[in-house]
Design a protein around this ligand. Structure first.
Ligand SMILES: [Zn+2]
Ligand SMILES: [Zn+2]
Length: 888
C-alpha cells in the first residue's frame, strides 16, 4: 500500500484528536493492515523463518478471555519477529470440533422437532456445513477485533479437503504399520450422544448415592461371600468375585464358586491385587463389561464379558427378566428383589464420584464395544526422547515433567467416535468375506474376494486426531511444499496447560512419526485467566467477563495490555476490572505525550545536530537499554515483564522526566537547542512506539501515521536493536542524582504545602562528585523543583533552623521555611493532621483486632485495611518529623 503521508509537512498534527478514543480508529487500522497485505508472507528461502500455528479454536467457539490471552501472546511474538525482518507467519484456522458442533446442530434440529436420524447421515452433514458457513466465521471476526495479525490467506479448517487427505494418509499409514487396531475395549459411553468419550471428555462429580452389601452364597454348601457395590444393577453381568491374595479373611475361599443371586449363575472367587481389603468387605464383584477396572481384571483372568446394559442405557437380553428396563429403573428393581430374597445385607449412604458427559451432562456408562485404537507405547518413545534431549523446550520448565509423566504411562488412544460430523474412518468392510480394507480412496472391489459390495465403517475419528496433525497438515503435507521445507518445525506453540495431553503430546507424536522431526521447538504454556476472586471464569457462575464487551468499551489495546502486563508463564492470573482502567490511563499518557511531541515537530528535520544535553544523552542511553531488555524478555517469553518494563519506562522516564526537561528547550529562542530537543524527542518516541507496537498495535500505528519522517506501517518498521554507542553510564549516573534531588524537593513542597509557584531555596549537602553533578546542572534542578537558588556544600557546619529535610542515597537536602510559609499556621495544620491520622490508626487497629470483622469480611477487604494501616503509620512518622523540624 502506498503511504500517502510521507513528508513531515503532510503529516498534519492537527489531525490528532485531543482525546485518545480507540473506538475511533481500531477498525480502520485493522482494515488498513489487511489491505496492505502485511499479515501475509510468502516463503523467503533466504529469510529467517518464524512460524506459529494457532491452536485452532472450535468452529462453534466464541472468543473467551482465555483465547484473548492466548492469541495476544502469539500476536506479540509474530509482530516482534516481523519487525526483526524475519520471514514470519502466523497460520490461523479452525477445528471442526466433532461432538460440540454436532450437538449444536442437533439442538437446532430439535427446535424443528427433528433428530439427525430423521434427516439421515448425508442430509445431516449438509446441515452442519450450512451451519458452519453461516456461523463458523464468528471467531475469526473476533480475532480480528483483537488485532490478531494472522496470515488469513493461509487459513485452514480441519475438515478442508487438504487436511482430510492428510488425516486419511496418517490413518492408513499407521494401520499398515499395525499401530492402529480395532478391538473390544471398555469405553466411556454417553447414552445420550451415542458416542464413546475419552477420559478427558468426562467430568467427574461427587454424587449422593449408596453402598449396597450383597450376599453371594457358596455353590457347594453353607455360607456366603459379602460384596459391596454402588451399582447393584451391574451385578447381573458379574462373572467373578475378587479378593486380595494377601487378605487373610479370604484365604480359604479362593477358587471356590458362588451363585450369582437373581441370575443363578455360578461364578468363581478369584485372587487379584486390585481388590482393596479396606473397601467394603474386601471382596468385590467383577463386571468386566461395565467397569474399566473390572475389564482389566477380566483380561488378566480370562473372564467372560456379559453385557447387560446397551448403548441406550437400557438392560439387554443378558439381564434376563429385566431386559428392556432403563438402567436406573433396573437398579430399583434389583434392590427390591435382593431385599425380598434376603440377599441384601445392608445399605450405607455415601457420596461417590460419577462420570458425566462433558457435553450433555448425562451420566456416563462404561461399555465394552468395538473401537479403533492407536497403539501409543511405540509412538510415545521418540516423543519422550525429543523432550528429554531438549529438542522441545517447555516454558516454564516444570511442564516438562508433567508431559513426561503422562507419556511414560500413556494408554492406547481410542480414536473412534460414533458421530456423523468428522473425518469418517477410511476403512471399508467386504460384504462378502468381511475383510477390512483401509484406503485413501473408496476401493472399487474387495482385494481378497473381488466382491464389489463394500461398506464403510460408520464411525468418525476423534477431533484431536486431525488437530494432532495441525503443524504439518496446515502447510500442505503430504505434498512436499516449500512451506514445510522452510517453516517446519514451527518456532513456538502457545497454549494453556489444560490441553498438554489432548493436543501438545499428540502433535509431538505425529510430527515425529510423519515429519521425522518435532513439530515445534518451544512450547509456551500460559495459565488460565481467573475471576478477580480467584474462581474459574464461568458464565453460569456470573464470574465471566466477555473480552468482546471489553474491546467495545475500552478498545483492543487496553484489553491486550491488561492481559499481558505482569503475566508470568504457566501461572494463572486474576482479572481485575481496575487494571483495565490502569491500561487505559497508560494509553492516555502515551497519547498525550505523542500529541505534545508531534505538535512541537512542525518545523522538524530529522538530523541529530551536536548539542546533546545531559538529558538527551541519558534518555538515548535509557531507551537503548530498554530496547535490549525488552528483546531479552521476549526471547525468554517473559512477555509480561517486557510489558512492565515498557510501561515504567514510557510513563516515568520518557513522559514524566524527559518531556518535561525537553520543554525548556522547545520553548526557548535558541534554535539549535530546540532542534536538538526535537530530534531526541522524535527519536525516543519513534523507538518507544516501535517497542510498544507488538503489545498495543492500534494506538502505536495511529501515532506512527502522524509522526513525521516515518514511512509505511509501524508493523514493518525496524525493531530498535541494541546499539552500544548509545550507552552512556555517566549520563545515567548524573541524571540519577538530579532526579533524586528534584524528587526530594518536590516531596518537601507537597508535604509542607508550599504553593506550586512559590520559589524556595534549598541547601544540598553532597560529596565532591555528586556536588559537581549538581553544580553543572543547577539551572535544570532549579527549574524542575521551583527553586530560586541552590546552595551546594560538601559538609554542613550548622544545621539550618526550621528547615524541612530529605535524604537521598547521595545527598541531604534542606529547605529553610522561615519566610516561605506561616510557621504557626503550618504547625497547627500538621498537628491537626497528625491527630486525625492517629485517630485513623486506632480505628484501623480496632477493626483488625476484631474477630468478627476478620471472620466475616472478604479477604480483599481485610487486605485493604492492612494496607491502609501501613499507609497511616508512614504518614504519622512523616508528620512527626515535619513537626520536629518546624519546632526546632
Ligand atoms: Zn452426551
Ligand atoms: Zn471380500
Amino acid at each position: 500500500m502506498r503511504d500517502e503521508r510521507k513528508t513531515p509537512e503532510d503529516k498534519n498534527q492537527s489531525n490528532m484528536p485531543t482525546v485518545y478514543d480507540p473506538l475511533e480508529f481500531e477498525e480502520r487500522i485493522y482494515e488498513k493492515w489487511v489491505e496492505s497485505g502485511l499479515f501475509h508472507q510468502e516463503v523467503r528461502p533466504e529469510g529467517e523463518p518464524f512460524c506459529i500455528v494457532i491452536p485452532p479454536p472450535n468452529v462453534t467457539g466464541v472468543l473467551h478471555i482465555g483465547h484473548a490471552l492466548d492469541n495476544t501472546l502469539q500476536d506479540i511474538l509474530v509482530r516482534w519477529h516481523r519487525m526483526l525482518g524475519h520471514n514470519a507467519i502466523w497460520i490461523p484456522g479452525m477445528d471442526h470440533a466433532g461432538i460440540a458442533t454436532q450437538v449444536k446442530v442437533e439442538t437446532a434440529l430439535a427446535e424443528e422437532g427433528l433428530t439427525r436420524h430423521d434427516l439421515g447421515r448425508e442430509k445431516f452433514i449438509e446441515r452442519v456445513w450450512e451451519w458452519k458457513h453461516k456461523y463458523g466465521g464468528e471467531i475469526r471476526k473476533q480475532l480480528e477485533k483483537l488485532g490478531a495479525s494472522c496470515d488469513w490467506q493461509r487459513e485452514r479448517f480441519t475438515m478442508d479437503e487438504g487436511l482430510s487427505r492428510a488425516v486419511r494418509r496418517v490413518f492408513v499409514s499407521l494401520y499398515e504399520k499395525g499401530l492402529i487396531y480395532r478391538g473390544a475395549y471398555i469405553v466411556n459411553w454417553c447414552p445420550r450422544c451415542h458416542t464413546s468419550l475419552s477420559d478427558l471428555e468426562v467430568d467427574h462429580e461427587e454424587t449422593e448415592g449408596a453402598l449396597y452389601y450383597i450376599n453371594y452364597p457358596f455353590s457347594d454348601g453353607e455360607g456366603y461371600v459379602q460384596v459391596a457395590t454402588t451399582r447393584p444393577e451391574t451385578m447381573l453381568g458379574d462373572t467373578a468375585v475378587a479378593v486380595n491374595p494377601a487378605d487373610e479373611r479370604y484365604k480359604d475361599v479362593i477358587g471356590r464358586h458362588v451363585v450369582l443371586p437373581i441370575m443363578n449363575r455360578e461364578i468363581p472367587v478369584i485372587a487379584d491385587e486390585w481388590a482393596d481389603p479396606e473397601f467394603g468387605t474386601g471382596a468385590v464383584k467383577v463386571t468386566p463389561a461395565h467397569d474399566p477396572n473390572d475389564f482389566e481384571i477380566g483380561l488378566r483372568h480370562s473372564l467372560p464379558l456379559v453385557k447387560v446394559i446397551d448403548e441406550d442405557g437400557q438392560m439387554t437380553e443378558e439381564a434376563g427378566k429385566y431386559h428392556g428396563l432403563d438402567r436406573y429403573k433396573c437398579r430399583d428393581e434389583v434392590i427390591s428383589e435382593l431385599q425380598a430374597t434376603g440377599r441384601l445385607a445392608k445399605v450405607e449412604k455415601r457420596t461417590h464420584s460419577v462420570g458425566h458427559c462433558e457435553r450433555c451432562r448425562t451420566s456416563v456408562e462404561p461399555l465394552v464395544s468395538r473401537q479403533w485404537f492407536v497403539k501409543m507405547k511405540p509412538l510415545a518413545e521418540p516423543a519422550i526422547r525429543a523432550v528429554e534431549e531438549g529438542r522441545i523446550r517447555f516454558v516454564p520448565e516444570r511442564f516438562r515433567k508433567v508431559y513426561l509423566n503422562w507419556m511414560e504411562n500413556v494408554h492406547d488412544w481410542c480414536i473412534s467416535r460414533q458421530l456423523w460430523w468428522g473425518h469418517r474412518i477410511p476403512v471399508w468392510y467386504c460384504d462378502e468375506c468381511q475383510v477390512a480394507i483401509a484406503a485413501l480412496d473408496t476401493p472399487g472391489e474387495c482385494p481378497k474376494c473381488g466382491a464389489g459390495a463394500l461398506t464403510q465403517d460408520p464411525d468418525v475419528l476423534d477431533t484431536w486426531f486431525s488437530s494432532a496433525l495441525w503443524p504439518f497438515s496446515t502447510m500442505g503435507w503430504p505434498e512436499e511444499t516449500p512451506e514445510l521445507k522452510h517453516f517446519y518445525p514451527t518456532s513456538v506453540l502457545v497454549t494453556a496447560y489444560d490441553i498438554i495431553f489432548f493436543w501438545v503430546a499428540r502433535m509431538i507424536v505425529m510430527g515425529l512419526e510423519f515429519m521425522d522431526d518435532v513439530p515445534f521447538h518451544d512450547v509456551l504454556i500460559h495459565g488460565l485467566v481467573r475471576a478477580s476472586g480467584g474462581k474459574k471464569m464461568s458464565k453460569s457462575l456470573g464470574t465471566g467477563v466477555d473480552p468482546l464487551e471489553i474491546v467495545d468499551e475500552y478498545g483492543a489495546d487496553v484489553l491486550r495490555f491488561t492481559l499481558v502486563m505482569g503475566n508470568t508463564p504457566g501461572n494463572d492470573m486474576r482479572f481485575r476490572e481496575e487494571r483495565l482502567e490502569a491500561s487505559r490511563n497508560f494509553g492516555n499518557k502515551l497519547w498525550n505525550a505523542s500529541r505534545f511531541t508531534i505538535m512541537n515537530l512542525n518545523d522538524f528535520s530529522p538530523d541529530l545536530g551536536s548539542d546533546l544535553t545531559l538529558a538527551d544523552r541519558w534518555i538515548r542511553s535509557r531507551t537503548n537499554k530498554i530496547a535490549s531488555e525488552v528483546s531479552e524478555y521476549l526471547k525468554d517469553y517473559e512477555i509480561g515483564e517486557a510489558a512492565r518494563a515498557l510501561y515504567n519506562f514510557t510513563w516515568d522516564e520518557f513522559c514524566d522526566w524527559y518531556i518535561e526537561i525537553a520543554k525548556l528547550r522547545l520553548y526557548s529562542d535558541d534554535a539549535k537547542a530546540r532542534k536538538c530537543a526535537q530530534y531526541v524527542l522524535w527519536e525516543t518516541l519513534k523507538k518507544t512506539l516501535a517497542l510498544l507496537h507488538p503489545f498495543i498495535p492500534f494506538i502505536t500505528e495511529v501515532i506512527w501515521e502522524l509522526l513525521p519522517a516515518t514511512s509505511g506501517s509501524i508493523m514493518i518498521s525496524e525493531w530498535p536493536m541494541p546499539d552500544s554507542s548509545l550507552d552512556d553510564p555517566e549520563a545515567e549516573e548524573a541524571m540519577g542524582v538530579l532526579m533524586d534531588t528534584v524528587r526530594a524537593i518536590r516531596n518537601i513542597r507537597s508535604e509542607i504545602n508550599i504553593p506550586p509557584h512559590k520559589k524556595i531555596e534549598a541547601v544540598v549537602v553532597a560529596d565532591g562528585s555528586t556536588g559537581s553533578i549538581l553544580r553543572c546542572n543547577e539551572q535544570l534542578v532549579n527549574t524542575l523543583s521551583g527553586l530560586s537558588g541552590i546552595v551546594i556544600k560538601e559538609r554542613l557546619d550548622i544545621r539550618p533552623e526550621k528547615a524541612a529535610s530529605q535524604i537521598t542515597s547521595r545527598a541531604e537536602i534542606y529547605v529553610p521555611l522561615v519566610g516561605i510559609i506561616d510557621l504557626d499556621v503550618e504547625i497547627q495544620r500538621l498537628e491537626k493532621d497528625l491527630n486525625a491520622t492517629q485517630a485513623a490508626i486506632s480505628r484501623s487497629l480496632g477493626k483488625l483486632g476484631n474477630k468478627g470483622f476478620l471472620e466475616k469480611a472478604q479477604e480483599e477487604i481485610v487486605e485493604k485495611e492492612r494496607e491502609k494501616l501501613i499507609e497511616f503509620r508512614g504518614k504519622e512518622e512523616r508528620l512527626r518529623k515535619r513537626l520536629r523540624e518546624l519546632k526546632e
